[in-house]
Design a protein around this ligand. Structure first.
Ligand code: C2E
Ligand code: CA
Ligand code: CA
Length: 727
């Protein structure tokens, strides 16, 4: 009877009965107990029990054999292995039963009892071992593998997988995976042949777990040990980790382990599969690299910069940070288009990388911004600033044209920063200051800059609206002078903001923003109204011929405003401004490619406004195009004079400037060269036939009262100055 109990238990352990017969484990267990008790009672000679036990033995052995044969025929390998012995067992039981019945005596069964007892003991031992999963079924636990994460996921598995057998092992090998078997009790890790092959070994690997950990890449070691430790506490948990392990050739292939913690409560074994995932990891690294690199220039991007800053550690204290921003990139982009703009960016990236090769790393941060990190050995921040300004002063070749792309530079020294973010913020503040000072220069961060730091955009916007209401916005006038005799010809009107706490704020700080929000429309109307009003008055006080003019900056956003024409028409109608002397000054970039803007400008001209093209030479329009554009005045960008001052580019700058002047004269357009800062420049322009100059050499932008005084001191009382129609 006990042999039968053991036999049933063993059969169930090898090939679970519950797979085909949904019997509850409790009933199953109780049935076995019943058999055990019946056989015990038979042993003590209870009437009827002996015959009952004999019947159970015969039926039981036959049932076990039948069951195993049945399962074996349905593909269960283990059942097939066990079926013959079960059949022999059943045959012996049957034979002895038949013999004992024929002989009508107990002796035959009794003679077989010793054999049964021995078989029973063996079966019982095997059943216990199988139940505990100690021997027999190395791959049984593969059953939980499909569940990758999450505790206690029990997936019903196709039978084939649950089985020990060559097919499974072959399949595992064929999928380039190996078996990973970590026994916590003995602290031994076993890797199957296939697993060991991933590390270049040709034999099964059995190592102490500690030695295995020693083989793991130092960067991954902590992850691995922590995972194993944490997961071990949750037996039944299936998990997946990736780590690098030193191979025989000294390389570190990436391995992926998918395994389950076996046991109850605290796991005593970790069993799973490992595979080589180096290829996948490398392509992931490539993707990662792409997230760190700017595709256009190939330079590191902002993320890469932040990583670099973080990796500097304490070294950032001895580092100089330069943020570089192209002053008029919007204009360059507007006139050269996407392709041209991109090309300039690439050229800038290339030039910076080449000039500072080995001394600094270049990053592209944002649309037209670059960042560089210099170590202390590369010189003081101001020396670095000078080098950078010099490097970006040269023009870039676009087709057959030279494009100037001067830059503003914000410098920060690591000493002044608490951490990388602080460092970046300091450089940004310095850059803002460089822009405020008019661009084309470098500024070094100092703590005082914090005081004039800008508020956020929303604050700026409400501030600006308030400013218009509170009459904090003012218009300054910068004289435009006739070079032949220094007589005043007109003014450029420039916005200023008397900020209650920041003091006088230059337009660089609020124009771009107000263009984005649309506040420029209100600001622009204010400027036009004030300028029209002032110039009408001055023309009355100083009636010279040709009359004094005023040039008011107008942005493209204003031209797009539907009511702009009506507003301008009304303004010209209601003031006594001489025809053509209220000029609209618009940047070359804003109109060169914008047909609508050009049409709007032409309408303005028909209303009686003059038109000046601003910052000429920074954009795309070629000299020959000028004759088709409706402008009466050309304002040559400051960068031309600056590049002329540079001994290196002396020739080129001069030739260009000269040809613009000559052509404009042929086309009967007035030329104003901006940024005249020295007497030498003024003299050179004069001797080269340039009619008008504007710049600090003559005067900085002046408030209304001072502008009036300037006229008084510089006007031509004979009133016969200038050639009619040209100014
Ligand atoms: P912009 O039209 O190129 O104006 C010339 C800028 O160069 C002015 O700066 C002027 O102060 C500065 N400047 C004049 N002479 C010299 C010189 O000799 N050397 C140097 N380094 N700079 C000189 P500001 O006043 O800061 O104006 C900056 C820009 O703001 C202007 O550039 C213009 O684009 C814009 N802006 C000013 N007022 C208005 C306005 O009412 N409406 C619009 N839409 N834009 C305006
Ligand atoms: Ca201007
Ligand atoms: Ca200008």
């Amino acid at each position: 009877g006990l042999s039968i109990v053991a036999g049933v238990k063993l059969a169930d352990a090898i090939v679970p009965v519950s797979d085909v017969w949904p019997i509850s484990p409790r009933w199953f267990g109780q049935g076995l107990w019943a058999i055990a008790i019946i056989s015990l009672l038979a042993y003590f000679g209870l009437p009827g029990m002996t015959i009952l036990t004999s019947m159970l033995v015969v039926l039981g052995t036959v049932a076990i054999a039948t069951y195993l044969v049945y399962r074996g025929r349905h593909g269960v390998q283990a059942a097939r292995v066990a079926a013959p012995s079960a059949a022999v067992f059943a045959f012996v039981a049957l034979a002895s039963a038949v013999a004992s019945t024929l002989a009508s005596s107990d002796s035959m069964i009794a003679s077989a009892a010793g054999g049964f007892a021995a078989v029973g003991a063996l079966l019982l031992a095997l059943a216990v071992a199988a139940g505990e999963g100690i021997a027999v079924l190395p791959f049984q636990s593969v059953a939980v593998m499909p569940a990758m994460t999450g505790p206690h996921i029990e997936a019903p598995l196709p039978e084939q997988l649950r089985v020990t057998g060559n097919a499974s092992a072959d399949a595992i090998g064929a999928s380039h995976q190996g078996v990973f078997d970590l026994d916590f009790a003995s602290d031994v890790l076993t890797l199957s042949m296939e697993g060991a092959a991933l590390l270049g070994l040709s034999h099964l690997l059995r190592v102490r777990h500690g030695d295995w950990i020693g083989r793991i890449h130092p960067d991954d070691r902590a992850t691995y040990t922590r995972a194993i430790q944490d997961y071990r506490a949750q037996a039944g948990l299936a998990f997946r980790i990736e780590f690098r392990v030193r191979s025989e050739s000294g390389r570190y292939p990436w391995l992926e382990l998918r395994a389950t913690m076996m046991g109850t409560g605290h796991a005593d074994r970790c069993l799973g599969l490992i595979a080589d995932v180096t290829m996948r990891k490398e392509s992931e690294a490539e993707v990662m690299d792409r997230t760190l690199r700017d595709p256009l220039t190939g330079l590191g991007n902002r993320v890469a910069l932040m990583e670099e800053l973080e990796q500097l550690g304490s070294r950032f204290k001895t580092t100089t940070f330069a943020l570089i921003d192209i002053d008029r990139f919007k204009a360059i982009h507007a006139s050269l288009g996407d392709r041209g703009g991109d090309d300039i960016l690439k050229q800038i990236a290339g030039r910076l990388s080449k000039r500072f090769k080995g001394t600094a790393e270049v990053f592209r941060v944002g649309g037209d911004g670059f960042a560089m990190l210099f170590s202390r050995e590369q010189g003081t921040p101001s020396a670095i600033g000078t080098q950078l300004i010099e490097a970006s002063a040269e023009p870039y070749l676009q087709g057959d044209r030279n494009i100037f792309a001067p830059v503003s530079i914000g410098l920060a020294s690591g000493q002044d920063a608490q951490d990388p973010l602080d460092f970046l913020k300091n450089a940004e503040l310095a850059l803002l200051q460089a822009k405020r000072t008019g661009g084309g220069c470098a500024r070094l961060y100092s703590p005082e800059l914090e005081l004039i730091a800008p508020g956020d955009a929303v604050v700026l916007e409400t501030d600006l609206r308030q400013a218009i209401q509170d009459k904090q916005i003012d218009l300054y006038y910068q004289p435009i002078v006739r070079l032949s005799d220094g007589v005043i010809a007109g003014f450029e009107a420039l916005l200023r903001w008397h900020h209650p706490t920041k003091g006088l704020v230059a337009p660089a700080e609020f124009i771009a923003h107000s263009e984005e929000t649309g506040t420029i429309v209100a600001l622009g109307r204010f400027a036009l109204e004030r300028a029209a009003h002032d110039i009408a008055r001055w023309q009355k006080f100083f009636p010279v011929e040709p009359p004094l003019f005023v040039s008011v900056n107008v942005s493209r956003r204003q031209l797009r405003d539907d009511d702009f024409g009506i507003f301008l028409g009304g303004l010209l109608h209601n003031t006594t401004v001489a025809p053509g002397t209220l000029k609209l000054e618009i940047t070359e970039g804003a109109v060169a490619t914008d047909k609508e803007a050009l049409a709007a400008l032409t309408r303005c001209r028909d209303l009686g406004a003059g038109l000046a093209i601003d910052d000429f030479g920074t954009g795309q329009s070629s000299l020959s195009q000028l004759k088709d554009l409706p402008f009466d005045t050309i304002k040559v960008d400051q960068s031309f004079l600056r590049s002329r001052n540079d001994a290196l580019k002396n020739q080129e700058g001069e030739v260009l400037l000269k040809s613009i002047i000559d052509l404009a004269r042929d086309l009967k357009r007035s030329v104003v060269v901006e940024g005249v800062e020295t007497a030498e420049q003024a003299a050179w322009l004069k001797s080269n036939g340039c009619k008008f100059g504007q710049g600090f050499y003559f005067s900085r932008p002046l408030p209304t009262a001072e502008a009036l005084r300037y006229i008084a001191m510089h006007f031509d009382p004979s009133g016969a100055s200038g050639v009619a129609g040209e100014a």
